[in-house]
Write a new protein. Structure first.
Lengths: 209, 209
């Protein structure tokens, strides 16, 4: 298979424009859209073909409320860990779209799976979690190519989220995602626009051995 | 920005055709190709914009030899963990292209980084490693769009790899990668073709809550 320069250039545009979205419109996604994105996500690589990804679509209002409460508690705790100036900046950041996003999706790794027969994760057991991240990244790009935005929420207490969503304690929460159409678009990360942090030059991150 | 159906269809082709490559041609990549791929990888999302990815390009023959020896030892250990029938299957698998691939790249997470000011990783510290996986997945797709193949080697003793490559003990090895032009192409994962494991239907991996 051959991909031409036009495709590569558009892929680059997609990578530049992807964003972690926190400002969502409230209109719903097309019926079946998230399931089709999950199908694409399952094309991701996984260690030993273990496919350890588990997708939980969260629609129940009470469960969504409980997740939002957990986020609020964890976020307050995080705020209190910063000193004055950083705290003043932190409090202004919008770090999740949990109130507005029409679709919410929790993604877990199942460390108990026997699929893949343990191949490739004997010395690096976290490969199972990394495989799930590969599925998440695949879903993210596929969503963006359809104009759908995604935001990764990690300011949560993982064990509590398992309880709220009634999934096995053994599952490991990799991320909780808000999905929907973005209110705005921008080529720069939101944290950069807000003055929280800046992008670094890639050359500074390369060593030669 | 808008991506049309033609682009989305090609992106889907790329996801289907990506593969974890273990059979490489030995001809080198164009000069600067890996550095340009790393530049694209740095467009990946990272928690708090922490950009914790560290790329180590491994050219030194003695270090490559030491990595191959480490792989061989870990692989023998893995082989011995399987019972007769699985072991007979395992021993036939080619799990790395460490002898042939013209380019080798180790990718680490630096957990000591203060970039990002800790945002988003207080309750989920592994977000730092997950951010590095996001960079790896970005690099992988960008490489494939140029016809370049990549294989993820995880059958290694991480602490030993840090020593071999003379990087700080605090860095966490996320993956070691063989990169080069693939000998063959196939839409099916190599482990599926070899009868080791099969792809599952995505519907079976979705829960609703």
């Amino acid at each position: 298979m051959h991909f031409d320069e036009a495709f590569r250039s558009q892929l680059r545009d997609l990578l530049i424009w992807r964003r972690d979205v926190r400002h969502f419109r409230t209109d719903p996604l097309p019926v079946g859209a998230v399931e089709r994105l999950i199908e694409l996500a399952c094309l991701a690589p996984s260690v030993g073909l273990s496919q350890p990804w588990r997708f939980v679509i969260v629609d129940d209002i009470a469960r969504r409320r409980a997740v939002l409460d957990d986020f609020s508690a964890c976020n307050l705790d995080a705020l209190q860990s910063y000193s004055d100036e950083r705290a003043a900046q932190y409090v202004k950041l919008k770090l999740a779209g949990l109130r507005e996003a029409p679709c919410q999706l929790a993604i877990f790794a199942d460390p108990t799976t026997e699929v893949g027969h343990g191949l490739g994760r004997r010395t690096m057991p976290d490969m199972l979690a990394y495989s799930v991240v590969a599925a998440i990244c695949t879903l993210w790009l596929a969503a963006r190519a359809q104009g759908i935005g995604m935001g990764w929420v990690s300011i949560l207490a993982p064990a509590h989220i398992n309880k709220i969503l009634d999934v096995p304690d053994s599952w490991r929460l990799i991320g909780y995602f808000c999905i929907g159409y973005p209110q705005t678009e921008d080529e720069r990360p939101e944290l950069e626009r807000a003055g929280w942090e800046r992008r670094q030059l890639s050359e500074a991150l390369i060593l030669r051995r």
